[in-house]
Ligand binder design. Structure first.
Ligand code: TYM
Length: 343
């Protein structure tokens, strides 16, 4: 009982904690930006934030080592170019804090095989990588639970494709807390109102994904203006010509409207009014332009940052030290509760 009171006092004394992570695979898409990074940037002052580069999750599908290394630093530079500041939040690489793997092992013993087999992303990825259905692919959500629970995060901003992983994280936390005593904060997922699932431009009911085979429907954060405009010009719409938000009846147009509002800062209603009576051609061009114009300075800043590897390394070093301090505290508490003999 005493412990619960103490935790509550601690909680009210500190800013609420926020945790999120992105895998450093390929170039990121505007789906990653709209669904996650944009919110991370918006929330960084209100919360005590940690943002990881999830390279341990990335190896659940085969990676080219040199590319994984390069993408890790590129990911950090992109985080910063999008507006995450190492002075205001903790930016670090997941594998630099060994507690993630250690807690994941413990949490594995509180997670059932059946629960993991039911995960939609596991089923999708198993179908896609049928030649490499490794244990890591299946165990992915437990590692994600370890990420979040190590830091006692109150909130986790992610896109809706991560909702199921967030739910299992909550289940594992509650299960552990019930068996022992309150140990983990049970985290809340935060999903954007618009753009929580940005669709592929050619198949808008499907998630825009960095690993799609056909990249014509995927806009990468690294795409130049011509490429962005070309991709939006070819985006599927529908047979009428009304720019109106209705995801069920008009998935293509609604997807474009979400992207437009996310990048322009305008509301859906404002955008609908702006394009009333204008054809889809005009509308698609406007969406392409607003996206390209926002991406250009981000790309420039990312390149500038990438030129100073020493500085980026220093950010990661400091980030890992800050993260380790918190994570190792949680881990030793867990080890004590489960009965690991400690020296
Ligand atoms: P990842 O790297 O696949 O994606 C990073 C973030 O981008 C969001 N996202 C999208 N949002 C909207 N529309 C889309 N088309 C779209 N595609 C991706 C994802 O929801 C995610 O928020 N398992 C995570 C990384 C992770 C993590 C964590 C996240 C590891 N540990 C702890 C939060 C907390 C992943 O693979 O994200």
């Amino acid at each position: 009982m005493e412990e619960v009171t103490l935790n509550a006092a601690e909680n009210s004394a500190r800013k609420k904690r926020l945790y999120s992570a992105v895998q450093p695979t390929n170039a990121l898409t505007i789906g990653n930006y709209i669904g996650a990074i944009r919110n991370m940037v918006a929330m960084q002052d209100e919360y005590d934030c940690l943002f990881a580069i999830a390279n341990m999750h990335a190896i659940t599908v085969r990676q080219v080592p040199a590319e994984l290394r390069k993408n890790t630093l590129a990911m950090l530079a992109l985080y910063m170019a999008c507006g995450l500041s190492p002075e205001r939040c903790t930016l670090y690489v997941q594998s630099h804090v060994p507690c993630h793997a250690e807690l994941a092992w413990v949490l594995n013993t509180f997670t059932y095989v059946g629960e993991m087999e039911r995960m939609t992303q596991f089923k999708d990825k198993s179908a896609k990588h049928a030649d490499n259905i490794n244990m890591g692919l299946m165990d992915y959500p437990v590692l994600m639970a370890a990420d979040i629970l190590l830091y006692n995060a109150d909130v986790v901003p992610v896109g809706v494709d991560q909702r199921q992983h967030l739910e299992i994280t909550r289940d594992i936390a509650v299960r552990f807390n019930n068996i022992y005593s309150p140990t983990f904060v049970v985290p809340e997922g935060v999903y954007p109102k618009v753009g929580a699932k940005v669709g592929d431009l050619l198949d808008p009911t499907k998630k825009m994904s960095k690993s799609s085979e056909n990249t014509a429907g995927t806009v990468f954060m690294s795409d130049d203006k011509d490429t962005v405009i070309r991709k939006f010009r070819r985006a599927v719409t529908d047979s009428d010509s009304e720019v109106r938000y209705n995801p069920e009846e008009k998935p293509g147009v609604s997807n474009l409207l979400s992207i437009y509002t996310a990048f322009s800062g305008k509301s859906i209603e404002e955008a609908e009014r702006e394009f009333a009576g204008r054809g889809y051609g005009d509308f698609k061009l406007a969406v392409g332009e607003v996206v390209a114009d926002r991406l250009a300075p981000v790309q420039k800043e990312q390149a500038r940052l990438l030129a100073d590897k020493e500085y980026l390394n220093s950010v990661l070093k400091e980030g890992a030290a800050r993260a380790y301090k918190i994570a190792s505290g949680t881990l030793s508490k867990v080890y004590r509760k489960i009965g690991f003999y400690q020296l």
